[in-house]
Design a protein around this ligand. Structure first.
Ligand SMILES: Cc1c2[nH]c(c1CCC(=O)O)Cc1[nH]c(c(CCC(=O)O)c1C)Cc1[nH]c(c(CCC(=O)O)c1C)Cc1[nH]c(c(C)c1CCC(=O)O)C2
Length: 368
């Protein structure tokens, strides 16, 4: 990896707002930082216009488009972080699988993995620079164009979540095809999860070399696993990813905060808080105070307003935010939603959410 990226000085603009990075490390801040999952998304008319008539993954492969879409929400709202526009399914593509984005249906694999023999179809040694270099280019370009306003977050899907898509061939209610593998083909499952982990580690390191200042790992389908299967088929790989990325970055004196978001995995909160990630992301099914207790102040927390609370009138949003910030406390806390924004949400209410986080937290911090 070193020889590919050669760590050329990229002369990035100086970071002016490091609130998000400080909160990730549990340091003092003047306000609670805030960003939203899917902040670059279809709820913005300018996003819909930029995306109109273009294939989703073609857009992902255009660094200029990714840069523009990443910057759009920052022009409207004082978010404290940006997340690079891309998708978690670029990793299965890099391993040789076809993935299409079908309007009204979502991601679709025309030829999903059916049986363990199908693993032979996957590329074993993935050259991430060759297959995913377009993401690295998008990150470098965006890091320049963001002009140091806020940090840029890179991301990946977690091994279990990607495995689930590769076997299901798309979204599912039960994920029974993917879970069938876990019960019927545990060894092949572990082999696939190991293959994904190896690619993900290189992919995240490439994103940091390209300019990502924080990394989030999305285990969106963690909730479909129970505690026993999560411990066996997800947690070890999440830990391995953080450990290997951090060890490698340490060699070059870099320190990039990592966030793990295992949606609906409340049963795993204690384990997640001891899995080498600085930040644990939470969905809205977890009470802020109990999340603090259960993680014992070992990590920063991120989340977790129910996205649907954004359908409330603005004064109600402000009250909900106040309770949430009081529950988490202002230290070691990054405000976010418990999952992504939906396409029918009102941008004005997103603005009200951001403003409420800043307002309430500033007052609370002054009173400490
Ligand atoms: C599961 C998952 C995917 N992609 C992602 C996840 C993990 C987060 C989560 O749990 O939601 C991650 C993701 N996808 C996208 C981002 C960009 C950054 C951001 O959050 O603003 C991120 C971080 C863009 C996107 N990825 C997608 C869109 C919308 C489609 C479009 O722009 O045409 C965006 C903005 C498409 C996508 N891609 C995926 C789905 C389920 C969908 C929605 C399909 C649909 O509802 O029709 C897979």
């Amino acid at each position: 990896l070193l020889c590919h990226h050669s760590f050329m000085p990229k002369d990035f603009p100086t970071l002016q707002n490091d609130t998000f990075l400080r909160a990730a490390r549990g340091e003092e801040t003047e306000h609670v930082p805030v960003w939203c999952m899917r902040q670059a998304g279809r709820y913005l008319p300018e996003f819909r216009e930029s995306r109109a008539g273009k294939d989703f993954f073609d857009t992902c492969r255009s660094p200029e488009s990714c840069c523009e879409l990443t910057l759009q929400p920052l022009r409207r709202f004082p978010f404290d972080a940006a997340i690079i526009f891309s998708d978690i399914l670029v990793v299965p593509q890099a391993m040789g699988m076809d993935v299409l984005m079908v309007a009204g249906k979502g991601p679709t694999f025309p030829d999903p993995l059916k049986e363990p023999e199908d693993l032979q179809r996957l590329r074993t040694a993935v050259d991430v620079e060759k297959e995913l270099g377009y993401v690295f280019k998008a990150i470098t370009l965006t890091r320049h164009k963001i002009e140091g306003k806020v940090p840029l977050i890179g991301f990946t899907g977690a091994p279990w979540t990607l495995m689930a898509y590769m076997i299901e061939g798309g979204g599912s209610n039960t994920y029974s095809k993917a879970k069938r593998w876990l019960y019927r083909h545990p060894e092949a499952s572990h082999m696939l999860l190991r293959m994904l982990t190896d690619v993900i580690v290189e992919y995240l390191l490439g994103q940091v070399a390209a300019g990502a200042q924080a990394l989030q790992v999305f285990d969106s389908h963690a909730g479909i696993l129970g505690p026993v299967q999560f411990k066996d088929f997800s947690l070890p790989y999440l830990r391995d990813i953080a450990r290997r990325v951090k060890d490698k970055l340490k060699e070059t004196g870099q320190d990039v905060p990592m966030i793990v978001f295992a949606k609906d995995a409340h049963y795993a909160l204690e384990d997640l808080s001891q899995s080498h990630y600085e930040v644990v992301g939470l969905d809205w099914t977890i009470d802020p105070r109990s999340a603090r207790e259960r993680t014992g102040g070992k990590v920063s927390l991120q989340g977790n307003m129910d996205p649907c609370a954004l359908y409330s009138p603005k004064d109600r949003i402000s009250e909900i935010v106040q309770k949430m910030v009081e529950g988490f406390g202002t230290r070691g806390y990054i405000a976010n939603l418990g999952h992504g924004l939906y396409p029918d949400m009102d941008p004005e209410n997103v603005g009200a959410f951001v403003e409420a986080v800043h307002q309430h937290s500033k007052l609370m911090i002054k009173q400490i």
